[in-house]
Ligand binder design. Structure first.
Ligand code: KG4
Ligand code: ZN
Length: 339
């Protein structure tokens, strides 16, 4: 089979992204962020859909241009089917269905979560290719999951958060501390200059390989309510470092348990929170101690992007797993797949 040229589109939340891939090689990966949500302290679904409509054509044109290809060269059209915001998904799905009809090319429907996991399979000259099976810790604004990945299209969920996602916890605590949305990177930046043991917050321990982050959020809220504004301002870096220390400790504890249960010693970090400096260095340190192979993708493949949708599409293309014009967006989709 000839290596396919795939145009992929991601529009599940607030980033519009288009990418062109030749097999596992990314020729272009263009992302348009939506600044419109900053004023609201979170993503406003209706505004996200409208912004996708504005961005979608320029972003696709830029991706084709940067890859030096034209629409006529494209072998297949891939899009995020879900999970995500219904209105946002609808824009991308409708656009790609129309393009597939007019170009007479096959359509490939991709699960956004598979994209985060398989971002590790994108060809990268600076990283050795990941070896299956591996355990993936997927940490984003919407998800916190530990996944056992046996082959590109064979993966199953081992554990997940029972309430808030870790990114959501970061963003909510950041809001309490007065940072703009999304606040995760602000906490991370300040945490690097603070004392992680200055304050003690409770670590939740859910059954099996599951997580809970809402308790930490509430504990920080009660802690802050008892402090004066001056105390919080003077100790901001220490508070951020202590929160980060607690979150990383919880994430690592279950990951270690998953390694013990499965015997899988290749570990991968995915999703927007994979950009977190504390989590990255804790995983590297723990990996060196326990002889784990640790994989962390480039930052641009951690946050939402279309290159990760394109790599999943490549594997689906190889199995001739195509979607029809009847395919609908889905707000919720399980991660388990056995193709
Ligand atoms: O994967 P992503 O781009 O979008 C979703 O699918 O959710 O993840 C966004 C999340 C936000 O909650 C943001 O605060 C968090 O990732 N994030 C971070 C950092 N960079 C992004 N959280 C902690 N530390 C960071 N450095
Ligand atoms: Zn995502």
């Amino acid at each position: 089979m000839q290596t396919p040229l795939i145009l992929a589109l991601e529009s599940s939340c607030d980033d519009t992204s288009a990418a062109v891939l030749r097999g596992s090689v990314v020729l272009s990966n263009v992302v348009a962020n939506q600044a419109v949500h900053e004023a609201y302290g979170g993503v406003v679904p209706e505004l996200a859909s409208r912004a996708h409509q504005e961005h979608i054509i320029p972003v696709v044109q830029a991706a084709l241009h940067q890859a030096s290809v034209s629409l006529a060269d494209i072998d297949a059209l891939a899009f995020t089917q879900g999970p995500g915001l219904m209105g946002s998904l609808m824009v991308g799905v409708s656009f790609m269905k129309s393009l597939a009809l007019s170009l007479d090319r096959p359509l490939i429907a991709v699960n956004h979560l598979h994209g985060h996991v398989l971002a590790h399979c994108i060809a990268d000259a600076n990283q050795s290719p990941i070896v299956f099976p591996f355990l993936c810790l997927l940490v984003s604004g919407g998800h916190t999951q530990i996944i056992a990945v046996h082959a590109p299209l064979q993966m199953c969920l081992l554990g997940q958060t029972m309430d808030d996602a870790v990114g959501e916890c970061y963003d909510k605590i950041a809001k309490m501390l007065g940072f703009p949305y999304p606040g995760g990177p602000h906490i991370d930046r300040l945490a690097q200059t603070g004392n992680p043991l200055a304050f003690s917050f409770p670590c939740s321990d859910m059954p099996e390989l599951n997580y809970s982050f809402s308790g930490l959020k509430t504990a920080v809220l009660y802690f802050l309510q008892k402090q004066s504004a001056d105390f919080i301002a003077e100790n901001l870096a220490d508070i951020c470092a202590s929160v980060q220390h607690t979150i990383v400790k919880m994430l690592l504890a279950k990951l270690k348990k998953a390694v013990k249960q499965t015997g899988i010693k290749t570990l991968a970090l995915s999703g927007g929170v994979a950009a977190n400096s504390g989590l990255r260095s804790a995983l590297q340190t723990e990996g060196a101690k326990n002889k784990w192979q640790v994989h962390i993708p480039k930052f641009s493949y951690c946050t939402d992007n279309a290159a990760m949708i394109g790599i999943v599409a490549k594997f689906l293309y190889e199995k001739s797993n195509f979607a029809t014009q009847n395919c609908l967006p889905q707000a919720r989709m399980p991660i388990d797949i056995h193709l």
